[in-house]
Design a protein. Structure first.
Length: 223
């Protein structure tokens, strides 16, 4: 059975917020509700990282554990969804979630903030797949159309991965192993010019026959 999961590659995220915009446009999310957001860690400090955060559809979801009316449920694909007709807007899920995924259309106390809203992994809700009622409450059901979530599909650097947990984990694992082999400059001059040695950008690279080129550019382009 598939376990739909998100993975964000912090080494690739460029904080463009394309995933946030794609989510809002795809589902016509109400103003003030951010199903997905980009968070920057150590902002302004050398080595800062950005990650795209939304509901992670936890295997042992704390929101499901604390909901007093059991409005949460899990699909066969492992996606954690909720029924807005059952939700009472108590906000317990927002306190329990470590990712800050549950959102409310209004600020205020219990009974005033409205029904909870969150990322659905583009899987809709309990209404009929593709129906207008489903779209109005939960947005477009892309999974029923055989598509991946809009946020991951629109990610320009493919930092945000979505799909079966085993598949995205394998992709991410391969990336990490490649970086360990190439060094920190995995996407630098060595990638552009074919140099196999890490950390040698600006010092010339080798072609397929082992001939060096590149550093002569700084010397007027003469051999």
């Amino acid at each position: 059975m598939a376990r739909m999961k998100f993975v964000c590659d912090a080494e690739r995220c460029i904080e463009c917020n394309g995933c946030v915009t794609a989510c809002k446009n795809e589902h016509e999310v109400p103003w003030g509700v951010n199903r997905r957001r980009v968070v920057t860690l150590n902002d302004g400090v050398p080595g800062e990282k950005s990650i795209s955060v939304a509901c992670m559809h936890c295997s042992d979801a704390p929101c499901m554990a604390v909901c007093p009316v059991n409005c949460f449920y899990r699909t066969d694909e492992g996606v954690v969804l909720h029924d807005k007709d059952v939700c009472i807007g108590c906000g317990y899920c927002s306190y329990a979630c470590p990712f800050g995924a549950p959102q409310f259309p209004s600020q205020g106390t219990f009974g005033v903030r409205g029904k909870m809203d969150k990322c659905t992994f583009c899987a809709g809700g309990p209404e009929e797949n593709g129906s207008q009622a489903e779209f109005e409450k939960y947005g477009r059901n892309r999974l029923a159309e055989g598509k991946l979530p809009a946020c991951a599909e629109m990610c320009s650097t493919k930092a945000l991965l979505a799909g079966d947990g085993d598949v995205v984990a394998d992709i991410f694992r391969t990336r990490v192993m490649t970086r360990q082999k190439k060094g920190a400059e995995a996407w630098g001059w060595g990638t552009a010019y074919g140099n196999k040695e890490p950390g040698s950008h600006g010092q010339g690279a080798q072609d397929g026959q082992g001939n060096q080129y590149g550093k002569q550019v700084q010397q007027g382009g003469q051999q």
